[in-house]
Design a protein around this ligand. Structure first.
Ligand code: HXC
Length: 257
């Protein structure tokens, strides 16, 4: 499918989505987020794909929602049309989403990265929620996902001052899982995505669902859900294959059922 603002391609068993508005620092227009969600949903439904990588350029993952597009919104328009609600479709994608962040991930760009499951940062990555400098506040989960991931102190600091944090600080506070050399960002992200794609897809989907649940439910309910999903894996051929392969000292051949 041809897109205007992104590139979408298959790299082996990995779906690769690249923000492609270089002149605007990959500012997230509505069209762009519509295209991102559609591409991600298509990969989610494609049995050949095991994981999805979302990336930008080495200058910018995405410098936020498109300020020029939203500058003239009236309150009634924003409220009644709930114009940004469609972006959350990304959080309903069941396959793992890996954000490969180089350069700026600001405002909505940081929030989209936080919707992903694994966040890999290039050494030059910069994260921030600068909305306060525009007379607004984060509106796509920045106050909520950041507070749950990195706590109140750091979230208030970022949201109230609008300052940026570098890759090291983002790793130290727990939103980034690995930092890689800027030149190797995409290669590393694809390598990680390929590794995930080699595992049993039902186990991968259940694992993503279980970890995601930790952000939504009290501990007892989360533990019960995890146990049910764990029990369910014993209904799959892949569990039998995975354990047989371990005992027989060979590599497993998962069939995704
Ligand atoms: C629209 C943007 C943009 C944005 C950059 N550009 N960010 N256009 N929306 N968010 C455009 C600039 O206008 C400029 O276009 C071109 O990209 C290059 O940007 P420069 O500013 O010239 O580059 P530089 O000096 O290197 O600075 C890079 C930057 C800066 C630090 C990333 O552009 C910046 O601060 N951008 C805005 C970041 C921001 O406030 N994000 C939050 C947005 S609000 P022209 O045509 O002028 O050359 C948000 C809310 C989300 O995200 C809520 C969702 C519900």
């Amino acid at each position: 499918m041809a897109y205007e603002t992104i590139r979408s391609e298959m790299r082996g068993r990995v779906g690769l989505i690249t923000f492609n508005r270089p002149k605007a620092m990959n500012a997230l227009s509505h069209l762009m987020m519509k295209e991102v969600c559609k591409a991600a949903e298509d990969f989610d439904a494609d049995g050949r794909i095991g994981a999805i990588v979302l990336t930008g350029s080495d200058k910018a993952f995405a410098a936020g929602a498109d300020v020029k597009e939203m500058a003239d919104y009236a309150y009634s328009e924003a409220f009644l049309d709930d114009v940004w609600s469609g972006w959350e479709r990304l959080t309903r994608v069941r396959k793992p989403l890996i954000a490969a962040v180089g350069g700026y991930a600001l405002g909505g760009g940081c929030e989209v990265a936080l919707m992903c499951d694994i966040l890999i940062a290039a050494e030059n990555a910069k994260f921030g929620q600068p909305e306060i400098t525009l007379g607004i506040l984060p509106g796509m989960g920045g106050t909520q996902r950041l507070a749950r991931s990195i706590g109140k102190a750091k979230t208030m600091d970022l949201v109230l001052t609008g300052r940026m944090m570098d890759a090291k600080e983002a790793e130290n506070c727990g939103i980034v899982s690995r930092i890689v050399e800027t030149a190797n960002l995409l290669e590393e992200a694809l390598r990680i995505a390929e590794k995930v794609s080699d595992f049993s897809l039902p186990a991968v989907l259940a694992a993503k669902e279980a970890v995601s649940e930790a952000f939504e439910t009290p501990l007892a309910a989360g533990l019960r859900h995890e146990r049910r999903l764990f029990h369910a894996t014993f209904a799959t051929d892949d569990q039998k294959e995975g354990m047989a392969a371990f005992v027989q000292k060979r590599s497993p051949q998962f069939k995704n059922h």
